[in-house]
Design a protein around this ligand. Structure first.
Ligand code: PEP
Length: 265
């Protein structure tokens, strides 16, 4: 197994997708806080990404108890303000205490026609607004079967970096999320996750130089307590983006615990 040569602070991020109203959200955060209290996780970041309508309530719970949880969003507009019905700006999110924004999740790409240009524009908007983009990339099963994984990941990473100032290169996070693993219960093997994350780091290095060593690269796709430890021990896997298993406090906390255990806690 490849050695981890650079220390990067791991991140375990929970993507709630379009689940839980703001009352249910409060209950989940409170339960999560209880579970996390039993886990030493000071060496890693934990974020949750609720729906927009939950953010204010979740921010209130996190703030009131000073919980060690970073607030994230699932999407943001690439526009600053104006006649964009249904959109939510980065400034609005920042005002709510949001620090991380998922950009180009495969469900946005596939179901809402978010193309590479929109991913790049949103990445720039998030950075300009002072927040951190978590840029999601990943191949379909068909692309993998045709041997196009490297080509697809390379194109998606380079496209997302378009127009991102060099000085902001180390402010991004990348999430490798093979589409065939999302919500299917079939995660990538740790070897496949490592291979893809290593490739992404090489692409980042080619485009941005040695800063690539400091950029966090997450794996996402059917991560659960049983496979979390094997995935995050890989040299280029710096944490997990978790969908389904983040909707229950116990399983999400167990994933945080498994990750913390791999980082010496
Ligand atoms: C996701 O949607 O980002 C995700 C990783 O989902 P799941 O963990 O449910 O596969």
């Amino acid at each position: 197994m490849a050695e981890r040569t650079v220390e990067r602070r791991p991140l375990v991020a929970g993507n709630w997708k379009m689940n839980l109203d703001h009352v249910e959200a409060i209950h989940l955060v409170q339960a999560l806080a209880l579970h996390l209290r039993a886990i030493e996780h000071g060496r890693l970041d934990v974020s949750i990404h609720p729906p927009f309508t939950d953010l204010r309530s979740v921010e209130g719970v996190i703030g009131a108890d000073d919980l060690p949880i970073t607030l994230g969003a699932q999407h943001a507009s690439s526009y600053a303000a104006g006649a964009f019905t249904g959109e939510v700006s980065v400034a609005m999110l920042r005002r709510l205490g949001v620090q991380l924004v998922l950009v180009g999740h495969s469900e946005r790409r596939q179901l809402f026609a978010m193309d590479d240009d929109a991913v790049a524009a949103t990445t720039r908007a998030v950075l300009e607004g002072g927040l951190t983009p978590v840029i999601c990339v990943g191949e379909t099963q068909e692309q993998r079967d045709r041997g196009q994984m490297a080509e697809v990941l390379t194109a998606q990473v380079l496209a997302a970096l378009e127009g991102v100032p060099a000085a902001d290169s180390d402010r991004i996070i990348v999430a490798y999320e093979p589409i065939w693993a999302i919500g299917t219960g079939v995660a990538a093997t740790e070897e496949d996750a490592q291979e893809a994350c290593r490739l992404i780091r090489q692409v980042l290095a080619g485009a941005r130089g040695e800063v690539a060593d400091r950029i966090r690269i997450l794996y996402g796709g059917s991560a659960k307590p049983e496979n979390a430890g094997d995935l995050v021990t890989q040299a280029d896997v710096d944490g997990l983006l978790v969908g389904g298993a983040s909707l229950e406090a116990e399983s999400f906390a167990a994933i945080v615990g498994a990750t913390a255990a791999c980082y010496g806690q």
